[in-house]
Write a new protein. Structure first.
Length: 149
């Protein structure tokens, strides 16, 4: 399974980008993982570009939108959801991180699942780091490794 994280903004607009890259490298032991950045200052254009990126992939994909209105999970339950996608032979797992204006209904409706990382609101740059850390944690849970305890 390939993981593609679509994020609004530029790669270099976050000083914690080195830590994000470190977790992406860790995830690569289990699955291919990459970021696709969409830069725009217009909410409608951002959402249009997200939908275009999803449409390019075609079938065999699963889309998870990160949104404050989404469902919260423990790391263990989130790992079970990812394991289910692996069992379903999903080829590409997309995670969508909206910008400061969030995601519109078209993107939310295109998603197979809407996930909230917390009831708290985080800057979209920080969400990148939280998400990749949780994805790494998910794979260590699935593999029964010691990282999650």
């Amino acid at each position: 399974m390939k993981i593609i994280i679509i994020a609004i903004g530029k790669e270099k607009d976050f000083s914690g980008q080195d830590i994000v890259r470190e977790y992406v490298d860790r995830i690569s032991r289990y699955s291919h993982c990459e970021f696709k950045y969409i830069s725009s200052s217009d909410k409608n254009e951002e959402n249009r570009k997200i939908l275009e990126a999803l449409d390019k992939e075609g079938s065999g994909s699963c889309v998870i939108a990160l949104d404050e209105k989404g469902k919260e999970y423990t790391s263990q339950v989130f790992a079970e959801h990812i394991q289910s996608r692996l069992n379903e032979s999903v080829r590409t797992l997309f995670f969508i991180i909206g910008g400061s204006y969030g995601l519109n209904d078209d993107v939310r409706n295109r998603a197979n699942m809407t996930l909230a990382l917390s009831k708290l609101t985080f800057p979209h740059q920080l969400v990148r780091l939280i998400l990749v850390e949780q994805l790494y944690r998910v794979f260590t849970i699935i593999r029964g490794e010691k990282y999650h305890h």
